[in-house]
Design a protein around this ligand. Structure first.
Ligand code: HSE
Length: 397
């Protein structure tokens, strides 16, 4: 019998307990022995299925030699960081879906795990149920990764889909996403692009082998997005999606950011709807590889956590391929990246052309919506200073 502990019994923690119970037979067949949740750390005791397993004392887990893996689903940084460190120090494997903790302290926690000869795995921290980190670091290991971009937040993609397809209001769509267990405890992190930002940092860390400081990564969400722009873009053959993007630059440089983009409708990412996420990875040998699936929710996220639990227990000796350097040097401002830009201005085509020269007009109706030629973010910002800009977004090439 292999015993594990779960820290926190929210959406993901409950999902982990459910997957362990419901898929008991398959898990046992693969591990060679049964897997059981022995202890669940909670702040407040609640009646229900897991009442007998609950404790509010982490020492009971830390000092229990029978517990081999700790699944951290508390979220946030403070308690989660402390308990993760202590569990690793105590020689236990740790598995998590906590993207904030991994984005901010992943490098350090991986080093600690290595010193203690245990694993720290976090497949569920990016893309929910989509296998992306293991394929990126293992199956694509022979590639130089040049770019990763994708829809990395299920809540905002769900909100956009509901607003565009069903005419739901932003608030109603957000409430539905919360009810379905997609949104973060504080959904500001979803709608302001911070959650997607943490995930693109983790992807960039692993792809480029060096720390992406989340503080240095510009993150813009969907709060300023107008349905008017969505409709103009659609008529012109584009979809608007919130993308996280990390790009390798010449030399050892790299950059990353999160922002809404216009995406040509023939790009498969353009048609990713609801809670689904999709991540495109560009390897120099593979070309573009796309990963697609449910990016949030109880069971998809739990599936990735439990698979990591099984991997910790099976990987002997422990695999070392996951990790990155702690240095943050070489990170460049993403404004240096060139792309076409979408603008909607309170002004005429002549105003737009006077500033940007050749433009492609998408709509003229008192206001003018147009696409520029490829320019850097700095050029777009500088050139548009004399215009009354109502909306501005990058266009994905
Ligand atoms: N709030 C996150 C999302 C959960 O909506 O994608 C999964 O990380």
């Amino acid at each position: 019998m292999i015993q594990i502990a779960i820290l926190g019994l929210g959406t993901v923690g409950t999902g982990v307990a459910k997957v362990v119970a419901e898929n008991k037979r398959q898990i046992e067949r693969k591990l060679g022995e049964p897997l059981e949740v022995k202890t669940v750390l909670v702040r407040h005791f609640k009646d229900g299925l897991y009442r007998q397993l609950m404790t509010n004392d982490f020492q009971k887990i830390e000092n229990d030699p029978e517990i081999r893996v700790v699944v951290e689903t508390i979220g946030g940084v403070e308690a989660a960081y402390e308990y993760t460190r202590r569990a690793l120090e105590a020689g236990k494997h740790v598995v998590t879906a906590n993207k904030q903790l991994v984005a901010e302290h992943g490098c350090e926690l991986l080093e600690l795990a290595k010193r203690k000869n245990v694993s720290y795995l976090f497949e569920a921290s990016v893309g929910g149920g989509i296998p992306i980190l293991h394929p990126l670091t293992q199956c694509m290991a022979a590639n130089r990764i040049d770019e990763i971009y994708g829809i990395l937040n299920g809540t905002t993609n769900y909100i956009l889909t509901r607003m565009v397809r069903a005419g739901a209001t932003f608030q109603d769509a957000l409430r539905e996403a919360q009810e379905k267990g997609y949104a973060e405890a504080d959904p500001t992190a979803d709608v302001e692009g911070i959650d997607a930002g943490r995930k693109i940092c983790i992807l960039g860390d692993l792809a480029f082998g060096r720390q992406m400081d989340p503080e240095a990564v510009p993150m813009e969400g969907i709060c300023k997005l107008s349905l008017q722009d969505v409709k103009i873009a659609q008529r012109a053959g584009y979809r608007i999606k919130l993308l996280g993007r990390a790009v390798r630059l010449p030399g050892s440089g790299r950059t990353a950011y999160v922002a809404p983009h216009l995406i040509p409708e023939d790009n498969p990412i353009a048609n990713v709807e609801d809670v689904f996420n999709a991540v495109m990875v560009r390897g120099n040998a593979t070309g573009d590889v796309m990963f697609y699936g449910k990016g949030a929710g109880e069971l998809p996220t739990a599936s990735a956590c439990v698979a990591d639990v099984m991997e910790c227990l099976q990987a002997s000796p422990r695999r070392d391929e996951i990790g990155w350097d702690g240095g943050t040097e070489g990170f460049a401002d993403p404004l240096s990246l060139k792309s076409r830009h979408y603008f909607r201005i309170a002004g005429s085509l002549a105003d737009a052309a006077a500033v940007f020269g050749q433009v492609e007009v998408l709509s003229e109706n008192g206001e003018t919506a147009f696409l520029t030629e490829a320019v850097s973010g700095q050029e777009a910002a500088q050139l548009s200073q004399s215009l009354k800009v109502l909306a501005c977004m990058r266009v994905l090439a």
